[in-house]
Design a binder for this molecule. Sequence first.
Ligand code: KIV
Ligand code: ZN
Length: 515
Amino acid sequence: MTFPDTKRVFIFDTTLRDGEQAPGYSMNAREKLDVARKLEKLGVDVIEAGFPESSPSDLDSVRNIAETIKDCTVAALCRSLEKDIDTGWRALKKAAQPRLHIFIATSPIHMEWKLKMNQDEVLEQVSSAVRYAKKLCNDVEFSAEDAFRSDPDYVCRVFGEAVKAGARTVNFTDTVGYAMPDEFGKRISYIREHTPGIEKARLSVHCHNDLGLAAANSLAAITAGADQVECTINGIGERAGNASLEEIVMSLQVRKDIYHAETRIDTTQLYSTSRMVSQVTGVKVQPNKAVVGENAFVHEAGIHQHGVMANRETYEIMTPESVGISRNQMVLGKHSGRHAFEDRLKLLGFTVSSEILEKLFDEFKLLADKKKTVNDRDIEALVMDSTTAAPETWILDHWAVNTGSALGASGTIRLRHRDGGHKKLVSLGDGPIDSIYKAINQIIGREPELELYEIGAITGGSASQGETMVRIRWENRHYNGHGVSTDVIESSIKAYLSAINAMEWELAAFKKNKQ
Ligand code: KIV
Ligand code: ZN
């Protein structure tokens, strides 16, 4: 069905800024660049790459992304301060489409307790900060932090000043996730009607999920005339998170009859983007998560299965294929050829270079030798490991463990170094994983803190591969690792080594930058 009055909604993704700033979701520069490339492929309009003034590594990472991404706008967050704006611009200036995103709080509680400023002072700072930013960058967005708990007429004045000073987007936030959909929609209509000059700018919304309403509030805002929504993959973000990109985009698509709105998102990339973010952050997506959770398209009850077999629409409002989940039940095995493998990759939404394809195909053959059937989740895990892992400083040669209820555990491991040579070590520990991780630490000469260790099965059943996620901490920085194998100890070793390699890669890059 076509709707002649369809309007365009702009998707501003803040996974790499608001999402990454939540505890436990940190990503290093290389991981952020990988995610940015995937967001570009997904078709978001704006990637908020970070907050450059917050740390030198954030500045470097925003710069990296700005210099790489061509197909969408790259934004950097800055407080309404000249030094933040200068740093933001240093990071952004080589971007094909740069955007400076300036913010300041407008609610009484934030102005009194955090900023210690009155309304007039804040208004003056908005105007001078936007004017300053506008001299550097044509595309300036202004956000009123905690806008929903602010006096609506004051927000209209602030937005009016921001537009007058040159902001091309004004962003209305529900920073603490307090609004209800109905009142949020009404507030957006009010802001639209009462902000002087609003027709010269895009009206954006930025909702948090403290009461589980971030996506609903964003959609209510679209109905009320918002042009842009700010959101994150898997809804990650401060506290209970931000509005989830996949929920908003699929709501607009599935209920086009209500919203008459479209985005430029390639929805078939949603699932693989979600998996990628989960993998690089080391945080699993809850199984019942709308749109991208493992159970989102699984029908368990007999009565549902019966209905779905007769007609899928009895219990499915969208197809798994529309979000990039393959319904193809055909499994691959050791006799499957390169073509079948390549076709399956395409079906799963992955396009890889011919070099990576070769590597993946070899890994697939090894896996198919160990495991009779290789399914889509196994293939996804192979691709994620090859495309998101850091270059290997330490390469696994072989390992062995000795353990039992009456014995302590001992682990032996032999690692090769990228520059040649190998080291073998035996260590004792509290169980096989501990002993082998201790042996690795002795080989690499560092003892990072293990912050997270999670193991699960990729698919159900005893033939499933084990999947391990780890997060380590070294010198106040976090590194995530992921490993899969038909052997759970090996998947644990691979995960730990991939975190170690991410750490070594970053430490080497720091050293190089200092020289
Ligand atoms: O939640 C919020 O208010 C923000 C702004 C800085 C845009 O993240
Ligand atoms: Zn936020």
